[in-house]
Ligand binder design. Structure first.
Ligand SMILES: Cc1ncc(COP(=O)(O)O)c(C=O)c1O
Length: 412
């Protein structure tokens, strides 16, 4: 019999919870289930030929540093290449102010470590990327959710909240946002809201964490400058990732921010993993510096734009009256809204029984969730699976009474 270790575990482990996406794994192990759940890149988007070129170069005796221990803040060559990449996004970056992390996810966890004492205020949008909760909840923040609309965060509501907190001599430790092709909604924050955010950050002296893994995945419309590019006073901390533009398996992400923050994060990281996967860092550096990434990204955009179109066409053709969804101009997700009486989390086992899964919207809220949303990933599934899975979900919604409830509610 295995020993009972439960009494030995630290109190804080009670705060560790598997995310809804991890929970979905139990359904998605079945190869016959169509998954719109995970945020997975399409395997066709992996640049296999480019990787062969890069591996060939790196696995050469002149390149053994790529296999060696490296500095905690990151490979200097990669940090230089990243500073150039950020300059291309309009962010006046300095390589010394960059820390390379094991995915953007690790940067989120490090923010928790260096910023949060129990009870400190962490502001997030409603809804927000659920990985922020899995990263920082163990540090026991007091989450303050700020509502959003189709232009992103409601900056007037934020301003009221910041003013009220300041009156009580309270200052949030940070505000976390995903302004471009938001996970889970696919919405992109407008330029005027971005400008308003920068002003509020400076006025109330609250750092903004701008998490931007989907920056390069724009299918249409003009690029909207990152919030960090509008910031003159250094209140914006910028996060990026190679997971969606190279491959998540290398686990290469990065943060750019004030030097004292980056130094603190490096100290915290030392105790966790010493440094980020060195070979992966060199792969990312070569992918950038040889110009392979620039050449490859249009292929990903074209593929995902097509996937989004296949999904939205299937939704239009097959979903019941009264349902709606966002129309993202990039990224990997759209956000569907169903009859307010339908609880999408309760509906999930029924959908899984029919062979299709999604992430219920609940997981993306701090505090009380809205119950009638689903996050649908369009990047991963084949066209056939999308054309089959979306009508299946539509039929589950009808079976649940989505349409009939609405018919009852709306006078004829
Ligand atoms: C908004 C956001 N931040 C962070 C992450 C984590 O990315 P990474 O693979 O770089 O850890 C994701 C992954 O889906 C994401 O959507």
């Amino acid at each position: 019999m295995a020993p009972n270790l439960e009494p030995l575990f630290a109190q804080r482990t009670k705060l560790l919870k598997a995310s809804d996406v991890r929970e979905l794994l139990k359904y998605s192990q079945d190869p016959t289930v169509i998954s719109f759940g995970g945020g997975l890149p399409n395997p066709e988007a992996f640049p296999l030929e480019d990787l062969k070129v890069v591996f060939e170069e790196l696995l050469h005796e002149d390149n053994t540093p790529s296999l060696q221990y490296g500095p905690t803040p990151g490979d200097p060559l990669l940090k230089r290449a990243l500073a150039t990449m950020l300059a291309g996004r309009g962010i006046p970056a300095n390589a010394d102010q960059i820390i390379v992390t094991h995915g953007a996810q690790q940067a989120l966890e490090l923010f928790g470590r260096v910023f949060l004492d129990p009870g400190d205020i962490a502001m997030v949008t409603q809804p927000t990327y659920l990985g922020i909760f899995t990263a920082i909840s163990v540090y026991e923040p007091d989450y303050h959710g700020v509502p959003t609309d189709d232009e992103g965060i409601l900056t007037d509501v934020l301003e009221e909240e910041l003013r009220a907190l300041a009156m009580d001599h309270l200052r949030p430790k940070f505000l976390y946002v995903v302004p471009t092709f938001h996970n889970p909604t696919g919405v992109t924050m407008s330029l005027r809201r971005r400008r308003a955010l920068v002003d509020l950050a400076a006025e109330y002296e609250v750092p903004i964490i701008e998490d931007d893994p989907y920056y390069d995945l724009r299918f249409e419309g003009d690029t909207i400058p990152p919030i960090a590019s509008l910031d003159k006073e250094g209140w914006v901390i910028y996060l990026g990732s190679f997971s969606k533009i190279l491959a998540p398996a290398f686990r290469i992400g990065f943060a750019h921010g004030p030097l004292d923050l980056v130094n603190k994060m490096a100290l915290a990281k030392q105790g966790v993993d010493l440094f980020t996967n060195g070979f992966g860092q060199r792969v990312a550096e070569r992918y950038l510096s040889l110009g392979l990434m620039k050449r490859h990204i249009p292929k990903i955009r074209k593929l995902y734009r097509h996937k989004r179109d296949v999904m939205t066409e299937a939704l239009e053709e097959s979903w019941p009256e009264g349902t709606s969804w966002t129309h993202p101009k990039g990224g990997m997700f759209l956000w569907a809204t169903v009859d307010p009486a339908v609880d999408t989390r309760a509906l999930l086992p029924k959908a899984a029984a029919k062979g299709v899964i999604y992430v219920a919207g609940h997981a993306f809220y701090a505090g009380e969730p809205e119950i009638n949303h689903m996050r649908l990933n369009f990047s991963y599934s084949s066209d056939e699976a999308i054309r089959k899975g979306i009508p299946l979900l539509g039929s589950v919604l009808r079976g649940e009474g989505g349409e009939s409830r609405l018919e009852e509610a709306v006078p004829k």
